[in-house]
Design a protein around this ligand. Structure first.
Ligand SMILES: Cc1cc2nc3c(=O)[nH]c(=O)nc-3n(C[C@H](O)[C@H](O)[C@H](O)COP(=O)(O)OP(=O)(O)OC[C@H]3O[C@@H](n4cnc5c(N)ncnc54)[C@H](O)[C@@H]3O)c2cc1C
Length: 458
């Protein structure tokens, strides 16, 4: 048995910098990781998916350039696309390893389990420490479909190991992972069908977001089957055969399952140390990241924090401040996120419905992309910008931006909301013409009740 000052379980987006910082301060830090260093984001999530989409959207944009009078012949070298994806992943993974080693963190490549009070065992290493941080993330959830478990289906875990482009692909799930990877496959040349249990895509967003994305996917030749369940899956001679509950049968060379996430807590056996989990298996934490066991903290996805890399990373910054005696909490932040389909969905804060459900006297204004000069000029006129404000205080409560590269533009709102700004501040900002950003003061001007032009040329 070894003694340490800190144990970190999982090399996720918060755990790695926290381990490195604490080790650099001279503390003895042991980090357990059962898989690739760097967690989901680097190895099976953000990094490979966005590198994959860079290629897919390049192909999609080249094809769509015919709307501008440019006719390109697109030839996709899929093995080269995936080599590049894996190359970037490898370099980020190596960077994580170097960061931990340089900081003096002892990395144990094994699955960690609580084996006693403040004691963790992984492989043949057992460590005791007064401070333990759980950062074990989530894994993809497999739906209970008859026959599925016996087939070589894909999840985000093995998707990026693909060597050849599947001629036909079926994606189960209409959340952001299914849509990003499904649209990516289609733009690279696969014939894609998406199966959705409910009646819309991205069903946590507003209905207009779902409708806009459904139109975008249709333009990419993707067929979406709404309100559809799969009764059975079989796999024979390299072909998946799916029996749907509407009597339809589908066949494909690839089947991607993207139906949700489950917390990585089973192996931890956390209850042996008095660490309580919620009904879905996520680690329960208070507003200062502490679990039900004093001295044991949890950050990132496994603690049911909004499941994004920037949240896990921000958890690390806040927990570090708390450990240094600062009075920080986890819940006082403005949450933004994005879906990297084309068009993108940039989101921050509350929707109108969410604000009204909280009893806020809220109001929303919407500007279609087709009213924005830059969007018309560049041929990206599918989508809209929407802002939600509090009528009583004039403060900006949230924004939904569906359009070209809106994951970038939404930061304007993130900063304004962090500053507690009112819509009048946005209204008086003079933005550059012709830009997408120019439409944001125009959006605010809609609150003045005037039929204002959106830019000098409109
Ligand atoms: C396809 C996909 C695309 C995504 N795209 C984005 C995006 O564009 N932007 C964004 O912000 N987020 C994105 N995410 C989400 C993002 O990846 C996660 O929110 C992020 O990785 C934060 O995770 P984490 O720090 O909680 O832990 P993770 O990154 O999940 O890391 C947890 C680590 O703990 C290890 N582990 C688990 N159990 C044990 C154990 N018992 N012992 C030892 N090690 C253990 C795991 O192997 C893993 O390495 C995406 C996710 C997926 C799946």
């Amino acid at each position: 048995m070894e003694n340490a000052d800190v144990i970190v379980i999982g090399s996720g987006q918060g755990g790695v910098p926290l381990a490195a910082d604490l080790a650099k301060e001279g503390r003895r830090v042991v980090l357990f990781e059962r898989d690739a260093l760097g967690g989901s984001c680097i190895n099976y999530g953000c990094t490979p998916s966005k590198a994959f989409l860079a290629a897919a959207h390049a192909a999609g944009r080249a094809r769509k350039a015919q709307n501008l009078g440019i006719h390109a012949q697109v030839r996709v070298d899929f093995p080269a696309v995936m080599e590049r994806v894996r190359g970037i992943r490898h370099s980020f993974n190596q960077g994580t390893s170097k960061r931990l080693t340089d900081a003096g963190v002892k990395v144990v490549c094994a699955e960690a389990t609580f084996t006693g009070d403040f004691t963790v065992t992984g492989g043949d290493v057992t460590v005791k420490s007064p401070l333990i941080i759980i950062n074990t993330g989530t894994s993809s959830q497999t739906p209970p479909i008859s026959g599925l478990a016996d087939t070589p289906y894909l999840t985000n875990r093995n998707f990026f190991d693909l060597q050849e482009l599947p001629p036909r692909s079926v994606v189960i799930g209409g959340g952001y992972i299914g849509l990003e990877l499904g649209q990516g496959l289609a733009r690279l040349g696969s014939q894609v069908q998406i199966i959705v249990r409910g009646d819309r895509l991205l069903d946590r967003e507003e209905a207009e977001v779902s409708e806009t994305l459904a139109e975008a996917l249709k333009q990419d030749g993707i067929q979406v089957h709404f309100q559809t369940n799969i009764e059975q899956v079989r796999y024979e001679n390299g072909i998946f055969a799916l029996k749907l509950d509407n009597t339809q049968q589908l066949q494909s060379e690839a089947l991607l399952v993207a139906t949700g996430r489950k917390p990585n807590t089973k192996a931890l056996q956390a209850s042996t140390s008095g660490i309580e989990l919620d009904a879905q298996g996520y680690v329960k934490i208070d507003d200062r990241f502490q679990t039900t066991c004093e001295g044991v903290y949890a950050i990132g996805d496994v603690a049911r924090q909004p499941a994004f890399t920037h949240v896990s990373w921000e958890d690390y910054r806040r927990l570090k401040a708390i450990l240094c005696g600062e009075n920080r909490t986890r819940s006082d932040r403005v949450l933004g996120y994005a879906t990297y389909t084309e068009p993108q969905v940039g989101r921050v804060g509350m929707t109108l419905q969410q604000a009204q459900q909280q009893g806020i006297n809220a109001h929303a204004v919407t500007l279609p992309m087709a009213h924005i000069a830059r969007a018309i000029e560049w041929g990206h006129d599918l989508g809209f910008y929407r802002m939600v404000v509090d009528r009583d205080t004039d403060k900006i409560l949230g924004a939904t931006l569906v359009g070209y590269e809106t994951a970038e533009l939404v930061h304007v709102f993130i900063s304004l909301m962090e500053a507690g700004a009112t819509w009048q501040l946005l209204e008086k900002s003079v933005h550059i013409h012709p830009t997408y950003g120019e439409a944001l003061p125009s959006l605010a001007r809609l609150l003045m009740g005037e039929n204002m032009p959106t830019c000098p040329n409109m």
